[in-house]
Design a protein around this ligand. Structure first.
Ligand SMILES: NC(=O)c1ccc[n+]([C@@H]2O[C@H](COP(=O)([O-])OP(=O)(O)OC[C@H]3O[C@@H](n4cnc5c(N)ncnc54)[C@H](OP(=O)(O)O)[C@@H]3O)[C@@H](O)[C@H]2O)c1
Ligand SMILES: [Zn+2]
Length: 339
């Protein structure tokens, strides 16, 4: 049997290991993907550190996968060999529970699958994915461009398009990392008055290039006060990994303003009740999106010119690539390439 390379983690907090495995066969309802590229998301730390409940090891991380269908399994209709596809965080669903029947696949209650968590992901030459997890990649996008768009991209695009903000509204993006640098672009292209908030001055020129009308250096300025001066934000999209940083901007929400929590800090948020009550402000979370949302994100990006800025590493250097992402020094996404 032919072999492939995968980068796996054998136990929680264990190192990345480059190993050879047999190329797997796609089962009922699944396809085998020849992986071309896979973005490295901060959420891969759930697999690496074992902080997501119920992970079984060894596990191959990676949920920003782009490649080509290499073989379709039994009973797969509508997807064929040779199609260019991407797989994000949402790795499949049952299709018949209450949530799925409402089209809310991301909240499937019966058999919700998570790529790189409940099954092996894209730090590999090949992977198996359920057909329901596939998004079609438009011709305009390369695999390296498409990968980050199906987690960092769909999470920010989908939360913004469902946020209730309307063109012209003040929308702030807290954190300019993998998610944040795409959020700034989506917000600007959707017609929001876009404010980028990050630590330090060095990200300002890049944030402005990506479409931010204003930049707030949270180390020098009080971001909440600055947003209030601008009239208060309709939405603050929080992409940071730090709870204190999220709590600190709440005062910058305008009337009916909403903090949308995307980043997943371990520590709790702190909020003054009066702030929420007085101005009908709210805090909500948002979980990425289903495969059709990923496909919408890819199409919107192809159409509008939104692109992830990527630093590309070969698959065998996954450990270095992951370290660069975790260091916060990547500008802005790190992507593994198998070629
Ligand atoms: N909701 C979802 O569905 C979803 C999907 C994907 C990822 N996530 C989560 O979103 C978060 C971001 O992921 P990512 O891949 O974009 O990560 P990333 O590229 O590593 O970016 C991390 C961001 O966090 C900020 N940050 C880090 N340490 C900080 C601190 N001490 N104080 C303030 N800000 C700090 C950085 O802010 P600066 O720009 O100021 O440096 C940077 O913008 C992670 O928690 C990830 O698990 C959630
Ligand atoms: Zn992710």
């Amino acid at each position: 049997m032919s072999k492939m390379r995968v980068v796996q983690v054998s136990e929680a907090k264990g190192p990345f290991e480059l190993v050879e495995r047999d190329i797997p066969e796609p089962g009922h309802g699944s396809v085998r993907i020849k992986v071309e590229a896979c973005g490295i998301c901060h959420s891969d730390s759930f697999t690496k550190e074992g902080t997501f409940p119920g992970i079984r090891y060894p596990r191959v991380p990676g949920h920003e996968v782009a490649g080509i269908i290499d073989q379709a399994g039994e009973d797969v209709t509508g997807w064929t060999q040779g199609q260019r596809v991407a797989v994000g965080w949402h790795g499949g669903h049952c299709g018949y529970c209450d949530s799925c029947r409402r089209g809310d696949f991301i909240l499937c209650r019966i058999s919700r699958q998570t790529t790189g968590i409940t099954y092996d992901g894209g730090y590999a030459d090949y992977m198996i994915a359920p057909a329901g997890a596939l998004a079609l990649i438009p011709d305009e996008l390369s695999a390296v461009e498409a990968g980050p768009l199906v987690c960092a991209g769909v999470t920010t695009f989908n939360s913004l398009r469902n946020s209730g903000a309307r063109a012209g509204d003040l929308v702030a993006i807290l954190g300019v990392g993998g998610l944040g640098h795409l959020a700034v672009q989506f917000a600007a292209k959707m017609g929001f008055k876009t404010v980028a908030i990050a630590r330090g001055a060095d990200k300002e020129p890049l944030a402005r290039q990506l479409g931010a009308a204003h930049y707030i250096d949270s180390q020098k300025q009080d971001a909440a006060a600055e947003l209030t001066k601008m009239g208060g934000a309709r939405v603050i999209l929080a992409t940071v990994t730090n709870g204190k940083a999220m709590s600190a901007v709440l005062g910058g929400l305008g009337v009916d303003g909403k903090l949308i929590v995307l980043g997943a800090p371990a520590e709790p948020l702190e909020v003054v009740a009066g702030l929420l009550i007085g101005g009908r402000r709210s805090i909500a979370g948002w979980p990425s999106g289903a495969s059709i949302d990923s496909q919408d994100t890819l199409r919107f990006s192809a159409l509008s010119g939104v692109r992830s800025m990527n630093e590309v590493f070969p698959l065998e250097r996954a450990a270095d690539a992951y370290e660069l992402m975790m260091s916060g020094k990547a500008r802005f996404r790190v992507v593994l390439s198998t070629s």
